[in-house]
Design a protein around this ligand. Structure first.
Ligand code: NIG
Ligand code: FE
Length: 339
């Protein structure tokens, strides 16, 4: 049976130009859109239901391709510290940052993590997100990474969204491996990742390539393992310094390299050639009060495809709205609304 949706604005992208239909209506049957137009032109038919959208916008479902939606605790204290002039790197070096969320996430049960994550993801859903990527990376050992990934699968079963899980075991060094980062990388590659993959919990692999996390050589080890498992890869790269992680990601045909404030012209060219998407995260840029801008002009000149995402996480982007990120993409990064 057909349903009539009335009293809305419909966003259109005909011929690559963005526009809208005002005083719009829509006819659906099952999961399909059957007809779109102005309310005055609604086809005469028998409708099983008429739904008043009260002036809402109808748009394509939004995709949030970089989130850390599952975590324990919160980092409000650090927000305050940063306002007093302590940097993200200094907080991390003194045992805060990602490490503090790791402690809280390890302490939380699967049920607690699910309950808190569902609240956040529901906010994104209400904001128009219909597909979401969620990373692990606050467990940093087999049992706790597994716990996070299982929660991600449960979110997929609970909400009417497409949910993809990414294993980010190489996010930070766990306390058990202090001063042994190579040994932790070996543990990820030989034990954690293959096991978690075999359990059907992993759709993609990510890492944090940064001077306060893992080196390009260590990330490459993780990429090789991902490749051997046929898993797509992505990378946190060039967020705080320039290490060439985005070039490395491009060499491995990564889906995306994300953050990118400190990328070089060479990185841009490598990503353009590989077709690796540049995921810009204006929320993290904003919350860290970053002053180095991702090279928008160069990315556009070389034809690198750009995506925006929330980077929803407790430390650098406690943001629950992808529409706000679109706004920030314009106000902070000067992307046009059409872009
Ligand atoms: O995307 N850069 C590393 N990872 C996250 C931050 C995680 C955290 O601070 O908890 C990011 O910004
Ligand atoms: Fe991130």
């Amino acid at each position: 049976m057909k349903k009539l949706w009335k009293n809305c604005h419909i966003a259109t992208m005909q011929n690559g130009q963005y526009s809208s239909i005002e005083h719009a209506a829509m006819v659906t049957s099952g999961q399909h859109i059957h007809w779109i137009g102005t309310f005055d032109d609604v086809p005469a038919d028998a409708y099983s239901e008429t739904i008043d959208l009260n002036g809402a916008w109808v748009t394509p479902g939004l995709i949030d391709c970089h989130t850390h939606s599952v975590f324990g605790g919160n980092r409000s204290v650090e927000f305050e510290k940063r306002l007093q002039g302590v940097s993200y790197a200094e907080i991390a070096a003194s045992g805060g940052g990602i490490a503090s969320t790791v402690r809280a996430t390890r302490e939380a049960s699967e049920q607690q993590l699910l309950a808190s994550a569902l609240k956040r993801v529901r906010c994104l859903l209400k904001d128009g997100v219909t597909t979401i990527e969620i990373k692990s990376g606050y467990g940093l050992d087999y049992a706790n990474e597994r716990k996070m990934l299982r929660v991600i699968r449960q979110i997929a079963e609970t909400l009417p969204m497409t949910v993809r899980s990414t294993c980010l075991a190489a996010h930070a060094l766990p306390p058990e491996y202090q001063d042994q980062s190579d040994a932790y990388i070996e543990h990820i590659c030989n034990e954690m990742l293959p096991k978690l993959y075999q359990e059907g919990l992993v759709d993609a692999v990510d890492a944090f390539c940064e001077y306060l996390a893992f080196s390009p050589a260590q990330v490459e080890r993780v990429f090789k393992t991902a490749q051997s498992l046929n898993l797509p890869i992505k990378l946190h790269a060039e967020q705080l310094s320039s290490l060439g992680g985005s070039s490395l990601a491009a060499r491995y045909q990564a889906l995306s390299a994300d953050h990118l404030e400190f990328m070089t012209e060479e990185d841009v060219k490598a990503m353009a050639t590989a077709g690796t998407v540049a995921v810009l995260l204006p929320g993290a840029f904003y919350f860290l009060r970053e002053t180095q801008y991702p090279p928008l002009q160069s990315l556009q000149q070389h034809g690198v495809r750009i995506a925006l995402s929330s980077d929803l996480n407790p430390g650098t982007s406690p943001a629950l709205s992808l529409r706000l990120m679109m706004n920030m993409g314009s106000t902070l990064f000067r992307l046009t609304p059409e872009q």
